[in-house]
Design a protein around this ligand. Structure first.
Ligand code: ATP
Length: 221
């Protein structure tokens, strides 16, 4: 089985997350992708974060019966803040030994990887799939992948080299970092929360059922 792990705050889940997951699953022929909401996001202010149960419910509503995408509450069940290294260890422990795991994240998230707990171990432990994200792209003069190349060379200081045939950065002692172009959807949870607080519509940024849930429960107002 080939399994993708896609963590995030999902505050709330939106079509940018969902479309990216569908395209990565298709592109890498993954059997399943787990969307994993974080408990106390170590890198984000916690004031604006909806209750764990609400974020989980919205993910379940968003996925419905969509094939191959699942929700995992492993980080919400663990005490304390969520660290990806612990989550990867959990899946390695609990999935059948022959499973291959991939860690999926947007470019904006990857560009902060050097602030993550045990990031060097993480880069050695599991292959990454880094996807483009419009707002991260627009910052970059040479496009999103130039930003990634520069970051790998300067911040991570490992001798990564790009393999065009594998569409991945490779380095001795590290797992590959695959780059994957998904449909650029300039949607973020921040934008959605802001629209709600300003009484503007969020339709078609999130699945209909998620918009209804947010409205009914009065979240983010
Ligand atoms: P916020 O605006 O609150 O920071 P967000 O929209 O970035 O939230 P997260 O839950 O933090 O959403 O993101 C989880 C993962 O999904 C991250 O790896 C992020 O890069 C990726 N991601 C989020 N939005 C998109 C998008 N529109 N396209 C591609 N990847 C995305």
């Amino acid at each position: 089985m080939k399994i993708g792990l896609f963590g995030g705050t999902f505050n709330p889940v939106h079509l940018g997350h969902l479309r990216a997951a569908v395209e990565v699953r298709e592109g890498f022929e993954l059997d399943e992708i787990y969307l994993i909401p974080a408990a106390l996001p170590p890198h984000k202010a916690t004031g604006e974060v909806a209750a764990p149960d609400d974020r989980l419910n919205m993910l379940n509503l968003a996925l419905g019966t969509a094939g191959g995408l699942k929700v995992s509450d492993v980080e919400l069940k663990r005490s304390g803040p969520s660290y990806t290294i612990d989550t990867v260890a959990h899946f390695k422990r609990t999935l059948p030994a022959e499973s291959s795991l991939f860690l999926i994240m947007g470019l904006d998230a990857f560009l902060e990887i050097d602030t993550w707990k045990s990031y060097r171990e993480l880069l050695a432990l599991i292959p990454f799939i880094v996807i483009n994200r419009p707002h991260a792209d627009s910052r970059a003069a040479g496009g999103p992948w130039k930003l990634l190349a520069d970051y790998l060379a300067t911040e991570l200081a490992a001798d990564y080299s790009f393999s065009a045939s594998r569409s991945a950065y490779l380095a001795r002692g590290r797992q590959p970092i695959y780059v994957w172009e998904v449909t650029a959807l300039d949607i973020s949870s921040t934008r959605i929360r802001r629209a709600i607080s300003e009484n503007r519509p969020i339709d078609y940024w999130v699945p209909t059922k998620v918009a209804e849930y947010i409205r009914t429960k009065g979240i983010y107002r």
